[in-house]
Design a protein around this ligand. Structure first.
Ligand SMILES: [Zn+2]
Length: 168
């Protein structure tokens, strides 16, 4: 993530200062401080009634053309579960139900910087997929036929979801 150079409130050039235990950019004219917080992302580990996993092939950066779990950034004020289901619906037209939280993960991901990912297990009854412009492909696959998912965070979520299922 590129650092701010000018104050977004008053336009003065920002300066570095130690504030609340970290070096941050701040504005000496209006006291605005650039606190950098992680961006929340919801990811949907989505299974159908045959316990097949939904994976999608991305048509945009980052991870262009890579197989992944569907998901995206939460909107301001949006419930995380609702945002997870919205992203699933937008990308694939599938209506899902949240089953459980798999985990919460932090990653630094270019070009966004600090990202906080919430991974939910989502169940869908109907498997009629209609992908949008964000994807090249999407499908449900039984465990032994899942296309290779190479994004480390998504690999970790798939692994954690399997651990979760084994204790049920
Ligand atoms: Zn300012």
């Amino acid at each position: 993530m590129k650092p701010y150079v000018f104050c977004p409130v008053c336009g003065k050039r920002l300066e570095r200062a130690m504030i609340d235990g970290r070096e941050r950019m701040f504005c000496s004219a209006c006291s605005w401080v650039h606190y950098i917080n992680p961006l929340p992302v919801a990811l949907a580990y989505t299974v159908n009634s045959n316990d097949e996993l939904l994976v999608v092939r991305r048509a945009h950066e980052p991870a262009f053309n890579e197989w992944s779990l569907p998901g995206g950034f939460l909107e301001a004020g949006e419930d995380a579960k609702a945002g997870c289901l919205r992203e699933l619906r937008e990308e694939t037209s599938l209506e899902g139900k949240i089953d459980s939280l798999i985990g919460i993960y932090h990653r630094d991901i270019e070009p966004y910087g600090s990202v906080l990912a919430l991974a939910y297990r989502v169940v869908v009854a109907d498997a009629a997929i209609a992908i949008n412009h964000e994807l090249f492909d999407a499908g449900f696959y039984p465990e032994h036929l899942i296309p290779e998912v190479r994004i480390p965070l998504h690999q970790k979520i798939i692994k954690d979801a399997a651990l979760y299922e084994s204790v049920l």
